[in-house]
Design a protein around this ligand. Structure first.
Ligand code: G
Ligand code: G
Ligand code: MN
Length: 507
């Protein structure tokens, strides 16, 4: 009955691949929407500025007017007035003229474009678009910082008729857009998914290049790619982005400040043993509550922390918080297990094993109480992770591969690195029994796990039907809204107290 493992993976992969083509195109469209919104704002700011009188002295009243225009155009970094390739007045600069030098190119509509302007004494470059007297200034790099290595995708925004890249995250090879037959569409090429969309409104296009299999894992993160270029669908995201753009501090500095101000806290999502309908532990998830009181999802800031090399700050802080709270939980529930998310950068760093042992001592945990959740990215450097994993497993720590099926899906590391669990991503759980192109993936993952002697944990389980389907496949551990949302410490303790009765009453 069980398919040979290679066939199972091939099947799962082909489903995922079709999905990736569609998904990558979808991301490119999202990015294009954002770019179009920014372009519309440039247009409207340009009309407003070109109506202003030209006063080379740039009096304060003029600067205030520019600032008002700037504020009403939320996607622009700044606006200014230009004469002779020189910004003589701007919404955020002083009154010193800023020389731009000759433009990179002129668009079909006569706007001049500087792709890498050094202005405002800043160490980042800006995209500057000049139309008549108007200069619109767009930040180029915020998106690069805010999106992660996690999302192994490159995004480029380019002028369609000139084939000139305007903004990019990562490096887009020029030859990919030089193609004279360039058209909207997606294709697979050398292990990469390449999606291109052309704007119907402007002389613009977006290209997204993602390694096959990086797409699923980046579902949320990929949205961040469009940061420099525009606002996004989710309110939380755009608030975060605007804040990032206006904030002058680097991401590591922001994280340090957040830690100092105690803005991070932990939530726990109960993990259920389906055989006995018991809570056996919880996954520990970090939250960042910004000063406005808004919770920031780790999907947003973990990739930013990883990309800026500051994930260790967060991991250390999470372990510090957990060391205290785990003692409270353990006091009431001695057999409780903790699933901790660890980034690839953590496990590849020197001293990881010592760090985890030190943590479990401080938390009063046995190594056997700990499940370390790694994403498939952690196995890229298989040798490095293997040493750490083997050493901790010898002490009784268990390991889970998180979001299995969305990453590199390379059997090599599964053979080399011994782990204990595969976690099925909620994407696949939710596709189960649906008409989604992904509806067979969970089945194949369970198959793979069985062949390798691993247990499976299902994530994002929301309905009784999903529980039944998963159980029928042989899955014995689950977490998801069906049982409990991620809960803060007090909520978890309440939940556990109630769950002492058979869990069916709780679920
Ligand atoms: O908590 P959800 O609540 O939004 O979490 C989103 C993603 O962020 C999860 O896939 C999880 O792997 C990751 N995540 C949550 N908490 C942590 C953490 O403490 N460290 C790391 N590295 N990732 C985390
Ligand atoms: O490690 P990571 O992928 O493991 O974290 C799980 C993520 O899924 C968290 O963001 C968590 O808040 C979210 N989540 C947990 N349970 C459910 C669920 O039942 N449905 C959905 N849609 N999301 C869930
Ligand atoms: Mn996880």
């Amino acid at each position: 009955m069980s398919l040979p493992i290679v066939a199972a993976i091939a099947l799962a992969r082909s489903q995922v691949r079709q999905f990736e083509l569609a998904q990558t195109t979808h991301f490119a469209r999202d990015a294009l929407n954002a770019v179009e919104r920014t372009t519309a704002q440039l247009d409207s700011a340009s009309r407003a500025v070109n109506r202003l009188p030209l006063d080379p002295a740039c009096p304060p009243a003029e600067r205030r007017t520019l600032a008002a225009i700037d504020l009403s155009q939320s996607l622009l970094q700044a606006v200014g007035i230009v004469a002779d390739n020189t910004i003589i007045c701007s919404s955020i600069g002083g009154s010193e003229p800023i020389r731009l030098g000759p433009p990179d190119f002129t668009t079909l509509h006569g706007a001049q474009v500087w792709r890498n302007a050094h202005i405002f004494d800043s160490d980042v470059n800006f995209l500057v678009v000049v139309e008549g007297r108007f200069a619109g200034i767009v930040h180029k790099q915020i998106g690069l910082a805010a999106s992660g290595q996690q999302v192994q995708a490159t995004v480029g925004v380019f002028n369609w008729s000139h084939r000139r890249l305007l903004l990019q995250r990562g490096t887009i090879a020029q030859h990919l857009i030089d193609d004279p037959n360039l058209a909207t569409g997606a294709r697979l090429e050398n292990g990469m998914v390449i999606a291109i969309v052309q704007s119907q409104r402007y002389d613009l296009g977006v290209i997204v290049v993602a390694p096959v299999s990086a797409v699923g894992s980046g579902l949320a993160g990929l949205n961040l790619l469009v940061v420099p270029i525009g606002a996004l669908s989710g309110l939380v995201l755009s608030v975060w982005l605007l804040w990032l753009i206006r904030e002058t501090k680097s991401i590591p500095a922001q994280i340090r400040a957040g830690i100092r101000r105690r803005e991070f806290h932990l939530v726990y999502q109960p993990m259920i043993d389906l055989d006995h309908r018991r809570v056996i532990g919880a996954e520990v998830l970090v939250r960042w509550r910004r000063r406005g009181g808004q919770d920031m999802s780790p999907d947003t800031f973990i990739p930013a922390a990883e990309a800026s090399g500051s994930i260790r700050l967060i991991t250390d802080h999470v372990l510090d918080l957990l060391a205290t709270e785990a003692r409270v939980i353990k006091a009431a529930h001695p057999h409780f297990n903790f699933g901790v998310n660890i980034s690839a950068a953590d496990i590849h760093a020197d001293g990881f094993v010592a760090r985890m042992i030190d943590f479990s001592d401080r938390a009063g945990l046995q190594p056997t109480d700990l499940v370390i959740e790694l994403t498939e990215r952690s196995f890229i450097d298989s040798g490095l992770s293997k040493r750490a994993i083997d050493s901790l497993r010898a002490r009784g720590v268990r390991f889970a591969i998180d979001d299995f099926g969305t990453g590199f899906c390379n059997l090599g590391y599964l053979a080399q690195n011994e782990v204990d669990y595969l976690k099925i991503d909620k994407l696949f759980v939710q596709a189960l029994g649906s008409r989604s192109a992904l509806n067979q993936v969970a089945f194949h993952i369970v198959d793979i796990a069985r062949d390798l002697g691993l247990e499976v944990i299902a994530e994002g389980v929301e309905t009784a039907t999903q529980v039944d389907n998963l159980y029928a496949l042989g899955v014995r551990h689950a977490q998801g809204y069906r049982f409990a949302v991620p809960l803060a410490l007090d909520g978890l303790l309440d939940y556990l107290a109630r769950a002492k009765a058979p869990l069916a009453a709780v679920a």
